[in-house]
Design a protein around this ligand. Structure first.
Ligand SMILES: Cc1ncc(COP(=O)(O)O)c(C=O)c1O
Length: 305
């Protein structure tokens, strides 16, 4: 990045100017909604590709609407602003894009009506979040995933990440890399920032969208890769904790986590304790697709330059 800019209060400004007051309403109550988007640099094409930019902005606008945050922008406009921000910052490397919608009012009362929503977008140089090559060790958390009827886990609400932070911290302090949270019904929900897939006898199972999880965009792409490119059956159904320990393979997906294998859960090796063959094949397609090397997935990519 040549120089760091942000989109703030309707303008692209140097990052130092993108500041909010400590009185900002959403800072107190966690009522912001946000996105995480990756853009991948292609050396071959001398091009930066935003992955699933429209899908991310559509999710953001829907989540915002559910939180009574009406923005004047369309998803297409937000994607255009993002391209401009990336160009102005001279980004020619892999980068993470963080749009966030918040109530900017300097008022106290935890509510969603009568306030003014604002959107900010900033950039964050970001390599691998977990370890997609060696895989990670995970721990089933003692913290349950927040219930969709308490704080909607379906939306990317800032305050919901207290739940993620508690689970991730517990896992890290116990010497693991990531947490797997169960929902209030005792079934597997997701990681602190990832959806989860379990391979059992050649079939891939993953918690359905009513299991108190985020509707992951990487999850959708990976389901497509499994079904269309690998010809593997994918079943969305409740997944029991005990299934994790007898799985052949387990992996996580997310914008940050990309496709990350889990090689050990609660001190039990998964399969033979190494990255499994289906996970590897998904990764192969995924990592080529995000850099524009798979023709059928190029329509998910927005070139910046
Ligand atoms: C709790 C949670 N689940 C799943 C995901 C994966 O979602 P996506 O693939 O849309 O990034 C994320 C990350 O955004 C997340 O925070």
């Amino acid at each position: 990045m040549k120089r760091e800019y942000a989109y703030f209060e309707g303008r692209i400004v140097p990052i130092e100017e993108a500041k909010i007051s400590i009185k900002t309403n959403s800072f107190h109550y966690g009522t912001a909604v946000f996105e995480g988007i990756r853009a991948y640099w292609s050396e071959e094409e001398n091009q930066l590709f935003i992955l699933a930019g429209l899908e991310h902005y559509e999710r953001l606008l829907k989540n915002a609407r559910a939180m009574f945050m009406k923005l004047p922008h369309t998803a297409e406009e937000l994607l255009e602003i993002t391209k401009e921000l990336l160009r102005k910052s001279g980004v020619k490397e892999d980068i993470y894009i963080r749009p966030i919608v918040y109530f900017k009012d300097l008022k106290l009362t935890p509510k969603l009506v009568g306030y003014t929503p604002e959107i900010a977008i900033y950039l964050y140089p970001f390599g691998a979040y977990l370890d997609p090559e060696k895989g990670i060790r995970a721990k089933v958390s003692s913290w349950i995933r927040n219930d969709d009827n308490a704080i909607p886990s379906r939306y990317k609400i800032a305050g919901a990440y207290v739940n993620s932070a508690l689970a991730k911290t517990e896992a890290l302090l116990a010497g693991y890399d990531e947490a797997i949270m169960l929902n209030a019904n005792g079934y597997v929900a997701e990681g602190s920032g990832e959806n989860i897939f379990v391979v059992r006898g050649g079939t891939v199972v993953t918690p359905g969208l009513n299991e108190h999880i985020l509707e992951g965009i990487t999850r959708n792409l990976v389901i497509r890769i499994l079904r269309e490119d690998l010809g593997v059956e994918v079943v969305e159904r409740p997944v029991a904790r005990s299934e994790l320990y007898v799985a052949d393979e387990v992996f996580m997906t997310g914008t940050a986590a990309e496709v990350t294998p889990i090689v050990e859960i609660d001190d039990r090796p998964i399969g033979d304790g190494k990255v499994g063959p289906i996970t590897k094949r998904v990764q192969e397609v995924f990592f080529r697709a995000v850099r524009g090397k798979v023709e059928k997935y190029r329509d998910l990519l927005t070139p910046v330059y």
